[in-house]
Design a protein around this ligand. Sequence first.
Ligand SMILES: Cc1cc2nc3c(=O)[nH]c(=O)nc-3n(C[C@H](O)[C@H](O)[C@H](O)COP(=O)(O)OP(=O)(O)OC[C@H]3O[C@@H](n4cnc5c(N)ncnc54)[C@H](O)[C@@H]3O)c2cc1C
Length: 412
Amino acid sequence: MKYVIIGASAAGVNGAENLRRLDKTAEIIMISEDSHIYSRCILHHYIGEIRNIKQLNFVSEDFFEKNNINWIKNKKVIMLDENNKILTLNDNSKITFDKLLISSGSSPFIPPIENLRGAENVVGLKTLEDCSAIIELGKKAKNIVVIGAGLIGMDAISGLLHNKEINANLSLIEMSNRLLPLQLDKISSKIYEEKLIENKVNLYLSSKVLKANLNNENLIESLTLEGDLTIPCDLIVVATGIKSNTDFLQNTKVEFDRKGLIFNEKGETNIKDIYGAGDVSGRGPIWSVAVKEGIIATSNMVGIERVMDDFFVCKSTMNFFGIPTLSLGDQSLYENTEGIIIEISENENSYKKIAHKDGYIYGAIIQGDLEYTGVLTQLIRLDVDISKVKKSIFNIDYSDFFHLDANCEFQY
Ligand SMILES: Cc1cc2nc3c(=O)[nH]c(=O)nc-3n(C[C@H](O)[C@H](O)[C@H](O)COP(=O)(O)OP(=O)(O)OC[C@H]3O[C@@H](n4cnc5c(N)ncnc54)[C@H](O)[C@@H]3O)c2cc1C
């Protein structure tokens, strides 16, 4: 059997390792544009020059040798012939396969703002090469602007703040009225807003970039925001979203939509022997989901039936400025859901919020003291009907989980 995997990141690498575990003799080929294995979740440490490339690696040095995996790096898949099971790479070489895993992930989406696309001082944040460009341009810059205060934009700011050789004025522009709008509400955003201001970052919330203004060298020298505000910039880091890497599927019958590749809970696409995993779906772009999907898809590829059963696809933990936060669910969605009950517990050291409806937890934010997240996870995992909890939900502790009724129902 010949397995080919497109992508060498969370889904691809974990998928390849699982394949080898389950099939000791198969031929396994992994193809990637990346020429290093690294975790994108800690790229800000690379920008901050706290970690080098080696320290971003999440596999052992002998990973490929040990697992007998042939890694074709620094090559791009440009075409798929699904009928004859052949991939074409950008050097025109052809690779055949019996079964294929598409885990080609995503790339930064640069919004269609006048003059923004194509300017040389505009960089996304997804790869090591992006980080190198940010460091190189950042060291020369007087003014750096990050557009988008989601997880990637916040990582960009953290990295820039940590790099001692980058002394530019930093600005962060966000359309929403708060930082990390998918993960945080206004209260939990506030603590990070204060930290940014303390660190002299110019914060523009509820602000929209209307236009980028070019100088005669075709570089962007300023951005015009709504409200006729113009801010200077020598480097712009765009963190406004991602788009799935599905270009090579354009002329195939493999199904994908506006978000990305379509595959079921087993990782199967609409074409036999072609599977998908990770960010390429454009749904729930987080590391742990990509890892799990890579393992599940490759298990099904070798004939071991497994399905994806994660309890929350929108799940983020962050630790900006040493303040940890766990966010479950898409905060911007559930706030407007009719009938939602919000429970809040707040003190000096922590902020806890749970949103539920009909006993089902739609989302939660735990900030500061994360001890409660263990209990919360149990409530979700054990499918506890929140509306039946007889004490304050925030006072539940592990001992409550031993209170079983004769019929095995939990009692509080
Ligand atoms: C800056 C940053 C910070 C993040 N922080 C967090 C975090 O704190 N927590 C969290 O859960 N998630 C975080 N994420 C998201 C997380 O990194 C992704 O969910 C995860 O990397 C997805 O893995 P993947 O394998 O699906 O795809 P990707 O990581 O996108 O990798 C895609 C792979 O496919 C290759 N590829 C793409 N197209 C082709 C092609 N045509 N031919 C050959 N190879 C190709 C690429 O070279 C790459 O190896 C962060 C992402 C970024 C960018």
